[in-house]
Design a protein around this ligand. Sequence first.
Ligand code: NAD
Length: 241
Amino acid sequence: MRLQGKRAFVTAAGQGIGRAIAEAYLREGALVVATDLNADLLHGLDGADTAALDVTDKAALTTAIQNASPDVLVNCAGFVHAGALLEATDADFDFAFTLNVRSQFHTMQAALPGMLERGGGSIVNIASVAGSIVAAPNRCIYGASKAAVIGLTKSVALDYVTKGIRVNAICPGTVDSPSLHDRLRAMGDYDTARKAFEARQPMGRIGTAEEIAHLAVYLGSDESAFTTGQAHVIDGGWAVG
Ligand code: NAD
């Protein structure tokens, strides 16, 4: 078991990629604290400590993370704003950056002191291939926020590289999750929208949350001991060109 005995803290573990990561970490022997804004979604994560946590609440996340003293921190909470520049508002921008970026800034600040004291730790930040790797239509705010996640990841990785701390980003392509279905429905014609999303993936299909979780297991585990500060792309070939 690749995460045997490691303490892991996962945000947005109620559904989608976060849920799959929490489940995979439990299977790999980690002691998991699984959190989500909506605590009801955490039912069924047997073996995990579960708790409601809004990652935009700095005081709450700081207490929760300090209590958990994680060896592995997985920052999964994020929101997809849809719209081109002229449809986007300041409120949209602030909400996305608060949830997608500032929350990771705060969770890393909360987790790092304990990791440094124990001589090591791995942080896995969920970014996206949409942003600084490829541009996706109607994703200007989302793409900018996920590009910021990659920038934050690289900077923190560099600053603590000699201290046993590793910080990596995962950049998924389109992945099947409850919010993906909401986004496809919001585009008007679900089937047409789904076909368009599938078509932009050279593999011709959408990814699964479990496929992303495999990478998160690797990055959380000591198997990835020689990698830090990287944006790990897992996207069905979308970014190939
Ligand atoms: P999702 O969007 O279906 O679920 C998101 C989860 O986040 C929900 O359980 C929700 O309750 C929780 N959440 C929302 N606001 C929160 C908050 N303030 N604090 C804590 N939890 C909160 O899941 P998903 O689509 O797998 O997305 C997870 C992450 O992966 C996001 O960061 C997303 O941007 C990223 N991502 C997703 C895809 C995709 O295609 N699904 C692609 C690339 C990146």
